[in-house]
Design a protein around this ligand. Sequence first.
Ligand code: 5RP
Length: 225
Amino acid sequence: MTATEAKLLVAKRATEFIEDGMAVGLGTGSTATQFIQQLALRVEQGLRIRCVGSSKASHDLAKSLSIEMTTFRETPVLDVAVDGADEIGPGLALIKGGGGALLREKIVISAARSFIVIADSSKIVDRLGRFPLPVEVIQMATPLVERKVRDLGLEPTLRRDKDGSPHVTDEGNYILDCACGQIADPEQLAASIRGIVGVVEHGLFLGMATRALIASDEGVIEKMP
Ligand code: 5RP
């Protein structure tokens, strides 16, 4: 199965968890994009839902596909959020933010009663840390945060766009991709990073996923925390 086929498989399965009347958080990235496209097909067939996007890209895509969008003022609690991940570790601890949308993704997921993570099996790891941990930072604080994450033993690299300029998130911040090596204690690392002034959010999503749908050659495997 190709990666695209795997993403499509889990995206389709995830739409089966969406019921009429639900408020849905839409993730960001190539897997979440497939989910939004599959969801749009169900909307076309009459499913009535309202959604909040976790990035401008996902919001715009959903809107272009005639999915009704809402805001947290109108809809402060979502029934479910569906999103991809860069790594899925034990207990469904995740690294996210490869697509640069970690801040809004965490906001959307935190507003949801449940969070279904969708991915292909290449994202499963025994221990988090193979994927560099994205950390979103206030632009002017970046040099200070870089020094402090180095003090924690991480190796930060400022994310850049293809033209070489620093990547700017939807919220106007920079991202440091922090090589961690295997993360022995994700909770402790999350707390240490959170304690650095100038850090807006980090890509450790701990205790948030309530279900994982993983595409494998045998089909979709469901995992619970
Ligand atoms: C974006 C994310 C994505 O969910 C993550 O990067 C996975 O992306 P993809 O589905 O393209 O592999 O966290 O910020």
